[in-house]
Design a protein around this ligand. Structure first.
Ligand code: ADP
Ligand code: MG
Length: 227
C-alpha cells in the first residue's frame, strides 16, 4: 500500500444541534490507492456526504488531516486548496449542478476556462471527454435538452477535464432509473480501467457498489470493510 492518491487520518466531524454536539465522523481513517475504485455505503444520515465533502476539500473536518498528492488539504491557504482541488480532484455532486444557460461543451470546459487555458485547446479537451462518455452528438445541447443520464455523464466529463487522479461522486446513480444507471456505471468502469482514474463512489445502489474493488461501510462515524 505505497503512495496513496488520498490519505485521510483521524477525521472527526461534529455539528452543534442547539447546545448538543452531534458527532458524525469519529477518528475515521481512509486511504485510496491510484486507480482504485471504492464504494462507500451506509444508511441515510450516517455521514457519507459529510465525509465526501471533507475528502474533496469542500468542507473542513473538526480535526484530522486529508493528504492529497502528499499535500495537506486543510493546512494550506484557501487559494492553495482551490488549486489542489482543481488539479488533483474531480467532484460529481448528487444533483449534477450543471450551468443551465451553457451547452454541454461549455459546462465541461468551464474548469479549464477558469484556469485561463487557450480556448482551442480547452474546446478540444472538452469535446474529447464528451466523446469518451458517449456524448459526441450532444455537445451543443443545454442541460434541459439532455436526459438524466446524459446530464450525469456531462457532470462526469466536467469532473475529469482537469485530469484528476481521483474523482469523488456522491450518489452518481441516485436519481437515475436502472438502465440509465447502468450506462453511467459503464462509463465509470471504462475510465477507471483505461485511464487509471481512482473513483470514490458514495452510493446506496448495491449493484453499483458490487462492481467496485472495495466496499466500505460508514458506521458509527468510521469506515469498516463490508463483506
Ligand atoms: P448521508 O449522506 O450519509 O445521508 P450526511 O453526511 O448528509 O449523511 O449527514 C450526516 C449527519 O450530519 C446527519 O445527521 C445530518 O443531519 C448531519 N448534518 C449534515 N450536515 C449538517 C450541517 N451542516 N449542520 C448540522 N448537521 C448536519
Ligand atoms: Mg448524502
Amino acid at each position: 500500500m505505497s503512495n496513496p492518491v488520498m490519505l485521510a487520518s483521524g477525521i472527526n466531524k461534529s455539528y452543534l444541534d442547539g447546545d448538543r454536539e452531534i458527532t458524525v465522523l469519529n477518528q475515521l481513517d481512509f486511504s485510496l490507492q491510484a486507480g482504485e475504485q471504492v464504494a462507500i455505503i451506509g444508511s441515510s444520515g450516517s455521514g457519507k456526504s459529510t465525509l465526501l465533502n471533507i475528502l474533496g476539500g469542500l468542507d473542513r473536518p473538526s480535526s484530522g488531516t486529508v493528504m492529497v498528492q502528499q499535500q495537506d488539504l486543510f493546512a494550506c491557504s484557501e487559494k492553495q486548496r482551490a488549486a489542489l482541488r482543481n488539479q488533483a480532484l474531480g467532484f460529481v455532486y448528487q444533483f449534477h449542478h450543471l450551468l443551465p444557460e451553457f451547452t454541454a461543451l461549455e459546462n465541461v470546459a468551464m474548469p479549464l476556462l477558469l484556469r485561463q487555458r487557450p480556448i482551442p485547446e480547452v474546446r478540444q479537451k472538452a469535446a474529447d471527454l464528451l466523446a469518451a462518455v458517449g456524448l459526441a452528438s450532444r455537445m451543443t445541447h443545454k442541460p434541459a435538452q439532455l436526459s438524466g443520464g446524459e446530464r450525469q455523464r456531462v457532470a462526469i466529463a466536467r469532473a475529469l477535464v482537469g485530469e484528476p487522479g481521483c474523482v469523488l461522486m456522491d450518489e452518481p446513480t441516485g436519481n437515475l432509473d436502472r438502465s440509465t444507471a447502468a450506462e453511467v456505471q459503464l462509463v465509470i468502469d471504462r475510465l477507471n480501467e483505461e485511464q487509471g482514474i481512482a473513483f470514490v463512489l458514495v452510493t446506496h445502489d448495491p449493484e453499483l457498489a458490487a462492481r467496485t474493488s472495495r466496499i466500505l461501510e460508514l458506521k458509527d462515524g468510521q469506515l469498516v470493510a463490508h463483506s
